[in-house]
Design a protein around this ligand. Structure first.
Ligand code: FEO
Length: 394
C-alpha cells in the first residue's frame, strides 16, 4: 500500500508522481510532474482535488492508508482541468456520501465534463465549510487559470491549497521545498509554469494576492497541485509571483532566431558580441533547437527580445512565426525589442516581426536590421553596433 505524506496534523498528500511525462498539452516537462491531491481530516473528511485518471489507483491507495473512501464527506474541486479532475468519477463511485464542493463556474463545468448526477455544494469567496476541528475557507480565483479555479485555505493550519497557482512541473520523491539539495530547479520550473500558463493572466494576480491579505489569510504553507510544497520558502515564491505578474525583469537580452543558410545566425552572433562588449548579459536561442515553452521561461525574466528571421515566401520563417503566435497569446509585459534577419530580395519578415511585436505590446526600440543574402564585414559591424546600442538603451 502506498503511504500518504502528512503535511500538517490531519492533512495528507495523497497525490501521484508522474516521473516520465515529457509533454503536457504542448509544454515540455523535462523534469516530469506531480498531481497533488490532499486529504483533510477533522470530524468530517474532505479530499481536495483528485489526480489524472491513470494515476487514480495510486491516489486511492494513499487515501486507503488513512481512511476508507466511503467515509469521505466532501470532494473539493479547486480546478476542473483533467489533470486534477480525471480521477473524480472513479472517486465518486467509491464515496457514496461525498458531496462535491466547487464554485458556480466549477459546477457548470463539471456538468459539461462529466454529466454526473452528484450532490453539489456551491461556494463563493469567503465561504467556509467546517470539518469539525478543521475549517476550509474558499477564495474564487476566476481565470487563474480557468473560470472555475478556486483556492482552498485551511484556517487552523494556515495552509493554502491554490491548485495550479505556485505550481511547478517537477517530479521528486521528496514533497517539501526544504528537503531538496537545491531549490533552483524548482524555481526554474515555477517560472516556466508561470510564463507558459499564467503570464497572460498577470493583471489578475496582484488583486488576488491583495484579496488574500484583505481576508486576513496568514500563509504558513502553500501546497500547490503540481510539484513541491512550499514550507520554508513561502515568501520567496510569493515575491516571485509579485515580480513576474508585474513584468519585473532583469537587464538581459535574448536573441531569438532561426536561420535558413546561416546568415541570420551569423547576424545573431554579431549582435550578441556587441551586447557582450557593452556589458549586457545576453543569450542566443535558436527556435528549432529550444522548446518554445523553454524560450518563454527565458522571456519572462528578460527585458529585451531581439527577434531574427529569414524572409520566406514574403513572410516570417514558420518556426519564428509559430513562436510569435504563441507569445502573442501569452501577452508578455514591459518588453522592448528589435527585429533582424537576412533575406534575398523582399525582406518582409522584418516588418512582419515588428508588427507582431507591436501587436503584443512590445516596444520596438528602432527599425529592424536587414542584410541581403550573406553578411559582409560592414553588415557585421552594423549588427555589432546594434547590439551596443541596445545595451546602451538600458
Ligand atoms: Fe494543472 Fe490547469 O491544470
Amino acid at each position: 500500500m502506498l503511504e500518504a505524506v502528512e503535511l500538517k496534523d490531519g492533512v495528507y498528500w495523497v497525490g501521484a508522481v508522474d516521473w516520465n511525462i515529457r509533454e503536457f498539452h504542448g509544454y515540455s516537462t523535462t523534469r516530469g510532474t506531480t498531481y497533488n491531491a490532499y486529504l483533510i481530516k477533522g470530524e468530517k473528511t474532505a479530499l481536495v482535488d483528485t489526480v489524472k485518471a491513470e494515476f487514480f489507483p495510486e491516489m486511492l491507495s494513499k487515501i486507503e492508508s488513512i481512511i476508507n473512501p466511503a467515509q469521505i464527506d466532501y470532494l473539493v474541486v479547486n480546478h476542473l482541468e483533467m489533470d486534477h479532475s480525471g480521477g473524480l468519477p472513479q472517486f465518486m463511485g467509491l464515496a457514496p456520501k461525498a458531496q462535491i464542493v466547487a464554485t458556480d463556474n466549477g459546477i457548470k463545468g463539471l456538468a459539461r465534463h462529466f454529466r454526473g448526477d452528484w450532490p453539489l455544494i456551491k461556494v463563493k469567496s469567503g465561504g467556509e465549510l467546517s470539518l469539525g476541528s478543521k475549517t476550509l475557507q474558499f477564495l474564487e480565483a476566476y481565470m487563474l487559470h480557468w473560470p472555475d479555479s478556486m483556492f482552498t485555505y485551511v484556517k487552523e493550519d494556515r495552509l493554502l491549497l491554490p491548485n495550479d497557482g505556485f505550481g511547478q512541473h517537477y517530479a521528486s520523491y521528496q514533497r517539501f521545498d526544504d528537503e531538496l539539495p537545491s531549490l533552483e530547479p524548482v524555481m526554474e520550473e515555477a517560472a516556466k509554469y508561470f510564463g507558459n500558463i499564467l503570464m497572460p493572466l498577470s493583471p489578475l494576480i496582484p488583486p488576488l494576492l491583495k484579496k488574500v491579505g484583505q481576508m486576513g489569510l496568514e500563509i504558513e504553507m502553500i501546497a500547490p497541485s503540481h510539484g513541491i510544497i512550499w514550507r520554508s520558502h513561502v515568501e520567496r515564491i510569493i515575491q516571485a509571483y509579485v515580480g513576474w505578474s508585474t513584468g519585473a525583469a532583469e537587464n538581459r537580452a535574448l536573441i531569438i532566431y532561426d536561420s535558413m543558410w546561416g546568415s541570420t545566425a551569423t547576424m545573431a552572433k554579431a549582435i550578441s558580441q556587441g551586447m557582450s562588449q557593452a556589458g549586457l548579459e545576453n543569450k542566443l536561442l535558436h527556435v528549432r533547437k529550444n522548446h518554445y515553452s523553454d524560450i518563454v521561461k527565458e522571456i519572462l525574466t528578460a527585458k529585451i527580445l531581439v527577434i531574427g528571421s529569414p524572409t520566406l515566401n514574403e513572410g516570417i520563417f514558420p518556426s519564428v512565426a509559430q513562436l510569435l503566435s504563441y507569445l502573442k497569446g501569452l501577452r508578455p509585459l514591459k518588453k522592448k525589442g528589435v527585429a533582424f534577419g537576412s533575406y534575398g530580395w523582399g525582406g518582409e519578415a522584418i516588418k512582419a516581426i515588428e508588427g507582431e511585436m507591436k501587436a503584443m505590446g512590445i516596444e520596438v526600440l528602432e527599425p529592424g536590421l536587414g542584410v541581403i543574402y550573406v553578411p559582409g564585414d560592414n553588415d557585421l559591424k552594423s549588427c555589432f553596433q546594434l547590439g551596443e546600442r541596445i545595451a546602451h538603451s538600458l
